[in-house]
Design a binder for this molecule. Structure first.
Ligand SMILES: *Cc1c(COP(=O)(O)O)cnc(C)c1O
Length: 289
């Protein structure tokens, strides 16, 4: 579940229409994208191969162990080689070498991925028809772009950037929204103040908030993406930038499998709330829920 399943859906539609048989994609040792790709590929009976950043470790991460268990072949490349992942000639060569006939970019973050994320907008409108303010975590910005393209002009979406210092992210999100061809889109902005030290980094405030959400609300988060979105929501309200009584929809983008990479987090099995099957999106509204 989570946004990665939405981003993959249009890719699987294409894989089916092309009759492709083996999908190749890219990611790190804790990649939510590769985890989702391995699960969805298995469900659909399609082979997959993951190109992993960095040398093969003595012990696989829990993420890659799952992926391998579900039938994904793992191909480790050096960090230097991994930097070529956006190069079309490199991808074509790699696909030939690994006998893959369909390539999905890292994170599923292309126009098809953006199109798939409009499905999240539909869910938001179904669950909270009066949604006006929406907040979502941002990595590549594909999910934000799909949400903005799929929501009406009466909405405003704030993307909470999980990485430090990606200067042209705003430009790329704008281009991705334009490329959808959507006529009436929601307003949007990026907030870069809540990266907590950088990608996959955390600080005390973030860790305390993730633990408190779980204990007090039974709402599992993870510190890489959804915890930062929640921290932003809390801070923006506390500072008065957002009115405390104004309803906000926080899109829970999933990623809970990645919790296993953090020793300070309790086991996910101890969480009282399970991700709803099918959607992978929670919508909480009101000031204290
Ligand atoms: C990948 C991911 C994001 C970021 O999605 P982008 O489309 O890359 O911006 C947010 N939350 C979770 C849990 C993710 O796995």
């Amino acid at each position: 579940p989570g946004n990665k399943a939405f981003k993959l859906q249009p890719h699987f539609d294409r894989v089916t229409s092309l009759g492709a048989r083996r999908i190749l994609s890219f990611g790190g040792a804790w990649s939510n994208h590769l985890h989702a790709l391995a699960a969805c590929s298995r469900q659909r009976g399609i082979a997959s191969v993951g190109v992993i950043r960095g040398e093969q470790p003595a012990q696989l991460s829990a993420t890659l162990a799952d992926a391998q268990h579900w039938g994904m072949a793992l191909h480790f490349v050096s960090r230097g080689e991994y930097r070529q992942r956006h190069d079309a000639a490199y991808c074509a060569r790699l696909a030939r070498q690994l006998q893959a006939d369909y390539v999905i970019p890292e994170g599923g973050a292309d126009a098809l991925g953006v199109a798939g994320c409009s499905g999240i907008a539909e869910l938001v409108l179904q669950r909270v028809p009066a949604a006006a303010r929406v907040v979502v975590a941002v990595g590549t910005g594909a999910t934000l772009a799909g949400l903005v393209a799929g929501l009406p002009r009466s909405c405003h979406v704030t993307g909470i950037v999980a990485l430090k210092g990606d200067g042209d992210l705003g430009t790329r999100v704008g281009e991705a929204i334009t490329a959808t061809g959507a006529m009436h889109t929601a307003g949007w902005n990026l907030d870069t103040r809540f990266h907590c030290g950088g990608f996959a980094r955390s600080n005390d405030a973030l860790e305390l908030l993730v633990l408190a959400c779980e204990r007090q609300l039974g709402l599992p988060l993870e510190p890489v993406y959804t915890g930062k979105a929640m921290l932003a929501l809390q801070r923006l309200r506390a500072s008065g930038e957002w009115l405390p009584q104004e309803p906000v929809v926080l899109v829970h983008t999933g990623g809970l499998q990645g919790r296993r990479g953090f020793s300070w987090l309790p086991d996910q099995a101890q969480c009282s709330v399970r991700e709803p099957t099918g959607s992978g999106v929670y919508c909480g509204t009101g000031s204290n829920r």
